[in-house]
Design a binder for this molecule. Sequence first.
Ligand SMILES: [Zn+2]
Length: 301
Amino acid sequence: MVNRTLVVALLVSFACLVPTTVAQGKKLKIYISADMEGVVGVVTGDQLSPQGFEYNRFREFMTEEVKAATEAAFEAGATEIVISDSHGNGENLLIDKLPKNVTIVRSWPRPLMMMEGIDETFDGVIFIGYHTSTNNMSGVRAHTISSARLADIRLNGTSMPEAGINAAIAGHFNVPVIMISGDDAIVKEATDLLGNIEGAVVKWAVSFHAARTLTPETAYDLIREKSRKAIARIKEFKPYKVKEPVQLDVRFKAYRPSELLSYLSIVQRTDSHSIRFVGKDIVEVSKFLEFITNYEPSLEP
Ligand SMILES: [Zn+2]
């Protein structure tokens, strides 16, 4: 049998080490979804895929940005952090560079896409390296889910950036988004949609492929500061909810995806390039989106 007085004494002394922004001794779970287009200095494909000559360097910057948010969150009282590597192949983050006590979701497909691993036990969501939607006239690498294939994604009639779709997934589990980092355009797009969340602007978009950027060290400091602030304000944020059932409209850049998808009775073709799917909730919509952007009959194994 364990000496209860000793256990209580140990718990109390441990609790004293935890910073005071959050009620002491309470669990505080943070989910971090990390993309790459909004990472400091990223402007073109040269930084975004293994074929790009600067990719390996920028994986380090992406990892450092996530690490900055993670360390700040732990300092501010987070007790558990799950990170999803949510760009490209889902294998960008250098996992040996991240703190010991986090877990990382990698690769695809995932039913909850860039939010895989979230559930109702989390207290807040941080978006790192995010970018504007394909409908936004500004923002570095503005696109929604697939820059090559999709021209619009709407939830209940409203065009959404990935930040909006992902906020709705978190909202389904009653978890609010508390902070976002990226260029000035996505911080504006996200705060217009989600309200007064903390925003770390690490660069200013000039065009789709140009920006004026901070240096990495300054960006990490800013992300640390905003993450800390967001957790201090965590009680102020409301989960972002979309009305159910959820109507999803997808506009493809090519003609044939909408034609073929319309063979399915659950899909309605709304014009030459567009389809509609109605899901009972955003989780069903997320699975449908992941399916239509990943499925091909040549899949192996
Ligand atoms: Zn990305």
